[in-house]
Design a protein around this ligand. Structure first.
Ligand code: SAM
Length: 311
């Protein structure tokens, strides 16, 4: 088991399949772009399978695959089809060219999170620097996966007026809408807005019921819709950091382990595997790293973009 000195048990790993993305969301990737990894720097599929086995043996019971955009990685679908870890989760923009929705529907998926910041095609194109709104909408409607969450990063004067339409759209397709506070990973022209105010307004307008529903370790605060059409989530890493519930480990596509979104990379499993370290050595290093996990980050500054970390 991976337990830290503050009593938190790490049982959830987020794995970035690639640092590359097919879109360039303005809050995620800086205008100048990011230096991308070479093929040799990426963990190979068989190396990821090995790490998944190790994580499972350390009692990790939830795996989410993210990116960059996971489906941009060549043969990603094949990778998912060969996975043998029970139900797993994917975070995607659902826009990758050639994404086969039928094959996606047949994966052993426990849930899928889709980034959708706006319902306006022009605004979608702007925020993603070129993304095709109609394609993502078609793919969303063709999904036959039960647990769908739509994620919208809320930005002042961009999509704060779309809160209710997004909730209604999610309800219409049987998905859960989640709003995310924008974190500043680099300097941009997009303004942060605290979601707590928006959450409280939706409660006073009687759109959401007052009671908070938060499952253990969830980074979201959820409220039921009073209409009975499901719940709405708020992820507030800026105004309400969720370090107390932290149960997650992030594995970047280059094999770096991040025990906190704001920690500097320290441990690299890619290097350990290629140096020929065996499974027990890797386990020991992970156990030690988790023991050293800080209760809260030293500071909340981050130099890497979310695209490199995986969200
Ligand atoms: N390409 C996939 C996607 O679009 O969902 C997965 C990777 S993306 C980095 C994962 C999540 O990170 C998305 O939901 C995105 O909205 C979120 N994200 C990226 N940059 C962010 C930021 N600056 N603040 C808050 N959330 C961010």
């Amino acid at each position: 088991m991976l337990k830290d000195l503050h009593g938190r048990i790490m049982n959830y790993v987020r794995i970035s399949l690639t640092d590359k993305c097919n879109i360039r969301c303005r809050y995620c990737i800086p205008q100048k772009g990011i230096k991308s990894l070479s093929h040799n720097e990426l963990l190979r599929f068989e190396e990821i399978y090995l790490l998944l086995k190790i994580f499972k043996e350390l009692n990790i019971n939830k795996f989410r695959f993210t990116g960059g955009e996971p489906f941009v990685r060549r043969n990603a679908m094949f990778f998912f089809e060969k996975l043998n870890i029970g139900k797993f989760y994917i975070t995607t923009n659902l826009l990758s060219e050639g994404l086969d929705i039928n094959r996606l529907n047949n994966l052993n998926i426990g849930g899928i999170n889709i980034s959708l910041d706006t319902l306006n095609p022009e605004k979608y194109k702007w925020i993603t620097r070129g993304g095709d709104f109609n394609r993502v909408m078609k793919n969303i409607r063709d999904l036959q996966i039960k647990n769908i969450k739509l994620n919208a990063v809320i930005i002042k004067d961009f999509n704060e007026d779309e809160i209710k339409p997004l909730i209604n759209f999610a309800s219409e397709i049987g998905a859960t809408m989640r709003f995310i506070e924008k974190m500043d990973f680099f300097k941009d022209d997009l303004d942060y807005i605290s979601l707590d105010e928006i959450r409280k307004n939706l409660i006073s307008e009687n759109i959401l019921s007052e009671e908070k529903i938060s499952s253990q370790n969830s980074v979201s605060i959820y409220h039921q819709q009073t209409s009975g059409k499901g719940k709405v989530g708020f992820i507030m890493p800026v105004s309400k950091p969720f370090c107390n519930n932290c149960n997650r480990i992030r594995l970047s596509s280059d094999g770096a382990v991040k025990l906190c979104l704001f920690a500097k990379k320290s441990l690299n499993l890619h290097d350990m595997i290629r140096e020929g370290k065996d499974e027990n050595e890797i386990k020991e290093v992970l156990i030690k790293a988790v023991l050293e996990k800080l209760k809260v980050p030293e500071n909340y500054t981050q130099t890497e973009s979310m695209s490199a970390i995986g969200g």
